[in-house]
Design a protein around this ligand. Structure first.
Ligand SMILES: [Zn+2]
Ligand SMILES: [Zn+2]
Length: 242
């Protein structure tokens, strides 16, 4: 593509920083300079189960994981759920900035290609959203993220493997008991895949945010009831469970 065409495209469809949403000039990278410096990578000691940052190298698990017995084995988060990331993910999820997924996937693979390769999953399965939400939003952000990771790593993405049976309430204001009730029977294997689960022994669930792990746990439970032996997860951001 020649320079003039590229410039015309950038005027019509300016590239935005996927973190703060500001327009970035062409050839200035994927993220603006300020945001690049503040990307909240998890680089200290981390929980061996959920990958949340923990206070000391002496500990193996975060408080949450030491208290609970999850249906998944473990997972990876790319960033802490900082104020800036909250904003970025909200735009990705609710304001049609689907293109942010490209950068998220690129960064995920840049940091974790070796871990992903080591896992050798049979498939990536996004956490599904309810079909009514799919119609109003137009897309599932977890599917976009899974596809961005899958295409770079050569791993199939099965977007309709799990379905969401009910429109669950937002989890953040619910206590543990309410969360469990909210998620009870919320997910199932889609009819299409019900009888074909044999090959999928190792699955990675993909989602945007991990807080208490209850959503991913509910998905992992359904997968294991249908023959999957190992379930892992990849998320963009991990926040405190409280
Ligand atoms: Zn920025
Ligand atoms: Zn943990």
């Amino acid at each position: 593509m020649n320079k003039i065409v590229r410039e015309c495209i950038s005027v019509l469809y300016p590239k935005r920083c996927p973190i703060c949403g500001e327009i970035i000039p062409i050839n200035k990278g994927s993220v603006c300079k300020d945001c690049y410096k503040e990307l909240p990578f998890i680089d200290g000691p981390r929980c061996m189960c959920c990958s949340k940052e923990i206070a000391s190298w002496e500990e193996e698990y975060c408080y949450d994981c030491s208290q609970k017995d999850f249906n998944f084995e473990s997972g990876i988060a790319l960033w802490n759920y900082s104020h800036k990331m909250k904003r970025s993910v909200a735009y990705f999820k609710y304001h049609n900035r689907k293109e942010y997924g490209h950068y998220y996937g690129e960064e995920f693979v840049r940091n974790y290609a070796d871990v992903i390769q080591g896992l050798q999953p049979d498939a990536l399965v996004p956490v599904p959203i309810h079909w009514t939400r799919h119609i109003s939003r137009g897309y599932n952000q977890a599917t976009i993220l899974a596809k961005e990771i899958g295409k770079r790593m050569g791993i199939p993405v099965i977007e309709d493997y799990l379905i969401r049976n009910k429109k669950t309430e937002a989890q953040k204001h619910l206590n543990n008991k309410e969360r469990a009730r909210n998620l009870y029977k919320a997910f199932s294997i889609s009819k299409k895949w019900e009888k074909k689960v044999d090959g999928l022994k190792r699955i990675v669930i993909v989602d945007d945010i991990y807080t208490t792990g209850s959503t991913i746990n509910a998905c992992a439970k359904v997968l294991k009831q249908h023959g999957t032996q190992e379930v892992y997860f990849f998320v963009l951001c991990i926040g405190s469970g409280y």
